[in-house]
Ligand binder design. Structure first.
Ligand code: GLV
Length: 337
């Protein structure tokens, strides 16, 4: 009997959902959440025809160099800065991601984090738990309003638009900046006004980052950009930590040059800059914007469907739902099954 393709799954991911892979492949799983070293990833990929990985698994030329059987990598996440797409395409390896299924959940969280940041919710809870609440006081823990405020969205893709839709229910004015301006009809639908990068920072009461990260926009939000924010403004990041110069952000927060920041993502995660940890006016969450049970399961299901199809199995054989480098598919990949 012909050998079944072998698939590596880099993390524990809802065993019942991942179980669908067993119908088609020999699956090598990972029993516990693991930070794989670059060499360990290369070793696992050397033995695999396909892999299902997460944003913790950085994969580039060094990892796929010796992976002569590898044909497809399914990333469980919409962001794919952990994958060097050029290196994968050059090696004839198809990559896929998980768009759409997480849009609304992630937009919910972005809005919630922005609100928690503006209204000082976690700071207030910490203060209460620490036993400081001895007398109700009219002037303590005063925050900024959401309703009627100006929301700035940097990155007006699917999730950015989801946040804009939520903002309309709060009577916010929505400004956005994007690499390319959206068509008039989309702007009208989201009641969103296009402004330049600098103007977005200067005019937003609450600024939310939702743009894809790549080396080209590393530390896009630097000291100069932060200096454009007004002292009452908040900054929320649900995209990738590398977009912000965290040292400059800590300086600005400590000096009161902006009111507060809400951060779900960090440059060196899971490590968090100790200066941010020490500041009272930062809401910190451990990269959970897409983490509702239903959505995390849907993301894994989509990655599984991508991998099955990319490895030419199942009803959608050869037509994975969300390819990132279709050229690898169009070229037939480097090998067929
Ligand atoms: C999470 O950060 C994702 O990109 O899906």
């Amino acid at each position: 009997m012909a050998e079944r393709p072998r698939v590596w799954v880099s993390q524990p991911l809802f065993a019942d959902v991942i179980g669908r892979l067993d119908e088609h492949f020999d699956v090598v799983g990972t029993a516990a959440v693991t930070q794989h070293s670059p060499d360990a990833i290369a070793a696992a990929l050397r033995e695999a025809d396909g892999a299902l990985v997460t944003l913790n698994d950085a994969i580039g030329a060094a990892q796929v160099g010796g992976a002569s059987r590898l044909r497809a990598i399914a990333n469980v996440g919409v962001g794919y800065n952990n994958l060097d797409l050029a290196a994968l395409s050059a090696a004839g390896i198809l990559a896929t991601n998980t768009p759409d299924v997480l849009t609304e959940t992630t937009a919910d969280f972005g809005f919630a984090l922005m609100m928690a940041t503006a209204r000082r919710i976690t700071e207030a809870e910490r203060w209460l738990r620490d036993g400081h609440w001895r007398q109700w006081s009219f002037e303590s823990l005063l925050g900024g309003d959401i309703h009627g405020a100006t929301l700035g969205i940097l990155g007006m893709g699917r999730i950015g638009r989801g946040i804009a839709r939520r903002a309309s229910g709060f009577g916010m004015r929505v400004l956005y900046h994007n690499r390319s301006r959206l068509p008039d009809a989309v702007e009208r639908e989201h009641a969103a006004e296009y402004v330049g990068f600098e103007a977005l920072f200067e005019r937003a009461d609450h600024l939310v980052l939702v743009l894809p990260y790549s080396p080209a926009n590393h530390h896009l939000v630097d000291a100069a950009a932060l200096a454009r924010l007004r002292p009452h403004a908040t900054l929320t990041n649900i995209a990738r930590g590398g977009l912000i110069d965290e040292a400059a952000l800590a300086d600005a927060l400590a000096a009161g040059r902006l009111a507060a920041a809400g951060l779900d993502v960090f440059e060196g995660e899971p490590a968090v800059n100790p200066r941010l940890l020490a500041l009272r006016n930062v809401v910190l969450t451990p990269h959970i914007a897409s983490a509702s049970l239903a959505t995390r399961r849907a993301m894994v299901a989509l990655a599984v469907a991508n991998l099955i199809a990319a490895l030419d199995r199942g009803p959608d054989a050869g037509r994975p739902p969300s390819p990132l480098n279709a050229e690898a598919l169009a070229g037939g990949g480097k090998r067929s099954a």
